[in-house]
Design a protein around this ligand. Structure first.
Ligand code: AMP
Length: 268
């Protein structure tokens, strides 16, 4: 079922009292990566709510909010097939009726780095909209992809620090056959190549062979075409690593055809 009003969601949730509820927040243009989150929720929870909302507050003024892909009909079909019970697709003025409004600001050491460094304010927008969705749906479980691992770590910290009664479930990255992490923005690529995956995979292989020095592990990569960052960080608190260990995640972003692709890989 599709609804666009907050009150309609609350009414529906009320009628599900006593059942476990899973929430899958998305911005639509759904693909198999999103579907894996909906599948996981449908398996684990009695009822699954998918939100589809291109959230303006997480886009910078020069970013692609206006041209972000939107395709509600196809999205609804994917939600139906994956076993979603409710799709919440609000308009912007339904979510942001009050202006100015209170926003959630996560600690800067989590947001001044990686994608946040390139997208100031992005994670404030993400945390604010996710908190609103949590308060509207009141899910027992919420599903997030490891594809956006910085986001996942920040959301986990936010729910713990603010005592939000929801359990965050991390879902593995779904990739194309060539390793390219699926993303709604991949449709802008002229060639759906997977340079990041190959780089990250090679680094992981070197780590498996016993190499732990980060300078050596990233040798030959730092100057790569379009590379925006390649960093080794802790998988729980995002602190920088000097020596790689099993808790290390390699995060990378590259800009190709004007599109920023992000990926990450756990070494352990
Ligand atoms: P988005 O619509 O891009 O905001 O993504 C919604 C959710 O789907 C986020 O939790 C993403 O991390 C997750 N997601 C997007 N792409 C993938 C993927 N390839 N594999 C797993 N999860 C994904």
């Amino acid at each position: 079922m599709l609804v666009s009003k907050i009150n309609e969601v609350k009414e529906q949730i009320k009628s599900w009292r006593g059942q476990t509820i899973g929430l899958v927040p998305t911005m639509g243009a759904l693909h198999d990566g999103h579907k894996s989150l909906i599948d996981a929720s449908a398996k684990m929870c009695d009822k699954t709510v998918v939100s589809i909302f291109v959230n303006p507050t997480q886009f910078g003024p020069k970013e692609d909010f206006d041209k972000y892909p939107r395709n509600l009909d196809t999205d609804l079909e994917i939600c139906r097939q994956a076993g979603a019970d409710l799709v919440f697709a609000p308009e912007v003025n339904e979510m942001y009726a009050e202006c100015p409004a209170v926003t959630i600001v996560p600690p800067r050491q989590y947001t001044n780095i990686l994608c946040g460094k390139l997208r100031p304010g992005h994670f404030d927008g993400v945390c604010t909209v996710v908190t609103k969705l949590f308060n509207i749906v009141r899910p027992d479980f919420a599903f997030f992809g490891e594809k956006d691992r910085q986001q996942l770590i920040i959301i986990k910290k936010m729910t713990a620090d603010l005592n939000i009664p929801v359990q965050i479930i991390a879902c593995p990255i779904v990739r194309a056959e060539n390793g390219l992490a699926l993303s709604s923005r991949n449709k802008y690529l002229k060639v759906p190549d997977a340079p990041l995956y190959k780089t990250l995979f090679d680094i992981k292989m070197c780590y498996n062979d016993g190499m732990t020095d980060i300078k050596t592990l990233s040798k030959g990569v730092s100057g790569a075409n379009g590379l925006e960052y390649l960093e080794f960080r802790d998988k729980d608190d995002l602190s920088l690593k000097e020596i790689a260990d099993d808790n290390t995640v390699v995060f990378a972003a590259v800009k190709i055809d004007g599109v920023r692709l992000i990926d990450n890989m756990e070494l352990g």
